[in-house]
Design a binder for this molecule. Structure first.
Ligand code: DX5
Ligand code: ZN
Length: 228
């Protein structure tokens, strides 16, 4: 089972881009634990979104950790810019570059938390020799690129197995916290399945922002399994 209380990370991809600062303040006030920022390059994934300039502009709007999900290739060339812009966690896809361990070292050297993202097809063996050096593993429960897709249920087995591996690694490292985050198609029903499988951080775009600002707090509570 999860080692820490469930955290909710609203993905601002589903926010109103015309008033992003206001949206970030609203989800912060509504109880968000992390602010999930989806960075897409139109090359590694078929969509274009946010660059470091936007991250920097949002930084004064909240003290909550910025959970930056890089869907870009190459990765290393942009890590510095996102670190400087105010990212706290920087996650990337190991398929996006030839030397994922070097990228982990780079993120760590800048004082940021490195995370690895596993696409739906990516086996857990990808992180056999990375898990000891990272702070977060993000399991994609949709193919990256767009919000509003349906949860891919085969990822629940991956989450279960990953929970076992994280527990073992954490134990061997004196109880160090490694977040197990899930991203894509998370709603009240799939959130429950993810939590039962061992996830402790849930990214939620559509299901956080639906209904407008008055609904953000009840939406986040429901995702935690606390009822609206
Ligand atoms: C997809 C992104 C997700 C996305 C989630 O590539 O990584 O963070 O915004 O959106 P929902 O929660 O709507 O599936
Ligand atoms: Zn994401």
């Amino acid at each position: 089972m999860p080692q820490q209380p469930v955290k909710i990370a609203p993905s601002i991809l589903s926010a109103d881009f015309a008033k992003l600062g206001e949206e970030v303040r609203a989800v912060d006030a509504a109880g968000a634990d992390y602010i999930h920022i989806d960075v897409m390059d139109g090359h590694f994934v078929p969509n274009l979104t946010i660059g470091p300039g936007v991250v920097k502009a949002l930084r004064p709007h909240t003290a909550k950790p910025f959970d930056v999900h890089l869907m870009i290739a190459p990765v290393d060339a942009f890590v510095g810019a996102f670190a400087e812009a105010g990212a706290d966690i920087i996650s990337f896809h190991p398929e996006a570059g030839p030397h994922p361990h070097r990228t982990v070292q780079l993120i760590r050297s800048l004082g940021k938390k490195p995370g690895i993202v596993l696409n739906p097809h990516t086996p857990l063996s990808m992180i056999d020799y990375l898990l000891g050096d990272i702070d977060l593993v993000l399991v994609m429960s949709v193919n990256p690129g767009f919000g509003g897709q349906s949860f891919i249920r085969s990822q629940l087995d991956k989450i279960r197995e990953l929970r076992r591996r994280i527990e073992a690694m954490s134990e061997s490292q004196g109880g160090r916290i490694i977040d197990l985050e899930v991203d894509g198609g998370v709603n009240v029903e799939t959130a429950r399945l993810c939590i039962e499988a061992g996830a402790d951080v849930l990214v939620a775009g559509t299901s956080t922002f639906q209904g407008g600002p008055a609904a953000y707090a009840p939406n986040i509570r429901s995702l935690r399994g606390q009822g609206a």
